[in-house]
Design a binder for this molecule. Structure first.
Ligand code: HEM
Length: 472
């Protein structure tokens, strides 16, 4: 009704008028290849389309009608049309695998009432009262920092310096361990960390492989990869059940020790009585936490190591508060603005919508171009510079000194289906980064500039190598 009356009153323009690349029916899916290009550089292709077609443009992807949006107000308005049970696009390789193997999965894959039921139960401990998770996060992060020199490629005791060439895998293991420790609480450290160590090592390796193979499958529809028995599909189909089996084993051991726990599992023991449901929710949490937090932290470390003046400023400001210093929070925000880990957040519109000046029909897939919005000079002064202080500096009228539009950076999404792990991720990143900066000065060892590429999430296009110089 609202849509019809806006059109009738001439306020909004019809969907057909929306600009976007033209689709040639006789080319079928070749259109997708022409319009979207290499999946690894989709963020750059979409940025170019925005320059050509504006902040809102339409495009057909396969059979799906989609719009890409980079205007901050329009991006926010999408969440007003997501409905009671927001629906997001899922990686095709995963949905095909789940259907083929009749595999029931966690929150990210759930829909409708089932999703809402579990989401409501999990919101309270994970997003509202979260102080209970600080202890477990600190314990794991302190151990990770202690273990850094043992992972060194080269160390120079005289110079008190070591090099890390596998920062990514250290951060992978850390983010998985943090999740386990949040699940188990204090009992993780006492007994389970030792008992589970080998399983956690295995799990973190398999989660990494899942990520590698599923990103290789981005360019090929999974049913074709399966029919042709492509190596990436064969490996994906082997590694996912292996990884889920390890996760189940970890959860079985953990549940057996639950009465000793003060973590998330014991908080949910009464509300989620079925062990199967617990397993599918928690194994997916660990998988979701693995690459997102590891790569988000890797980008922060890289940017700090590359910008020595910013690094010194952040170190000085975080000395007295390792968890919530405003500048460390701003550092994480700024890094996620430049390198949004989930570069395209998507919602299938639950109703007809008016976005910008246009009528967008129900069920259209609205995709937020976070990479383009975060680097648009309309939204951020010196958009390609790493300036955490832009999020803080205020004048006497409480206006930002370096102007910015906060709605242009929504790295965890907003609304009822936003990231459930946001608090876990932020607490662990802020704590680890402040502690590292307090002990070490970081420098970059890569000779060439490191850029972003997409492998499901936004990752560095080459291995990041860092040197850690012990501070006096
Ligand atoms: C810096 C780290 C992280 C980033 C940038 C991030 C980003 C996101 C985003 C953008 C979404 C929304 C996706 C959508 O609506 O389409 C999401 C959902 C989700 N995230 Fe995260 N995430 C991070 C860490 C974590 C962690 C540590 C966990 C573990 C608990 C987690 C678990 C999930 C789950 C289960 C969902 C699905 C929620 C639902 O469907 O209701 N994430 N994340």
């Amino acid at each position: 009704m609202k849509l019809m009356s806006s059109v009738a009153s001439g306020k909004a323009r019809p969907f057909q008028d929306l600009p976007g690349p033209r689709r040639f029916p006789f080319l079928g899916t070749i259109n997708d290849i022409i319009h979207l290009g290499n999946p690894k550089t989709l963020h750059l292709t979409i940025s170019k389309h925005h320059i050509k077609y504006g902040p809102l443009f339409k495009i057909q992807i396969g059979n799906v009608n989609a719009v890409f949006i980079k205007d901050p107000d329009m991006m926010r308005s999408v969440f007003a049309y997501e409905g009671k049970f927001p629906k997001h696009p899922l990686p095709e390789a995963w949905t095909y695998f789940n259907e083929k193997r009749k595999c029931k999965r966690g929150l990210f894959f759930m829909d409708d009432e089932e999703w809402l039921h579990y989401r409501k139960l999990l919101n309270q401990p994970l997003l509202r009262n979260t102080s209970w998770m600080i202890g477990p996060i600190k314990r794991v992060s302190d151990n990770t920092i202690k273990s850094l020199p043992h992972n060194a490629k080269h160390s120079d005791c005289k110079e008190k310096r070591f090099e890390l060439h596998n920062v990514e895998s250290v951060l992978y293991k850390w983010s998985i361990e943090v999740l386990l420790s949040v699940m188990l609480g204090s009992s993780y450290n006492e007994i389970n960390a030792i008992k589970l160590n080998e399983l956690v090592e295995q799990f973190s390796r398999t989660v990494y492989q899942i990520f590698m193979y599923s990103s290789k499958l981005m360019a090929v529809p999974p049913e074709i990869a399966d029919r042709l028995q492509l190596d990436a599909w064969k490996q994906f189909e082997r590694i996912v059940p292996e990884s889920l089996a390890i996760a189940n084993k970890i959860i079985d051991i953990s549940i057996d020790d639950i009465e000793r726990g003060d973590g998330l599992l014991s908080k949910l023991e009464d509300c989620i009585p079925s062990r199967d449901s617990i397993k599918r929710i928690f194994s997916d949490f660990i998988i979701a936490a693995g690459d997102t937090t590891a790569f988000a932290t890797l980008w922060c470390l890289y940017l700090l190591a590359k910008n020595q003046a910013v690094q010194t400023m952040v170190r000085d400001e975080t000395k007295h508060d390792f968890l919530e210093s405003p500048l460390i929070r701003a550092t994480v925000k700024e890094s996620l603005r430049l390198f949004p880990i989930a570069p395209f957040i998507g919602r299938f519109l639950a109703t007809d919508a008016i976005i910008g000046d246009y009528c967008i029909p129900k069920n259209t897939l609205a995709l937020l171009s976070l990479y383009s919005a975060g680097r648009d000079e309309v939204n951020f002064y010196l958009p390609n510079e790493f300036l955490p202080q832009r999020w803080l500096r205020r004048d006497d009228k409480n206006q930002s000194i370096i102007p910015f539009n906060a709605n242009a950076s929504l790295p965890f999404a907003i609304g009822s289906r936003s990231c459930i792990g946001r608090r876990v991720a932020l607490i662990q990143m802020q704590y680890l980064l402040s502690k590292i900066l307090n002990e070490y000065r970081l420098t970059v060892l890569n000779d060439e500039e490191v850029d972003a590429e997409l492998k499901l999430v936004t990752v560095p296009n080459k291995k990041v190598k860092l040197a850690f110089h012990k501070l006096q």
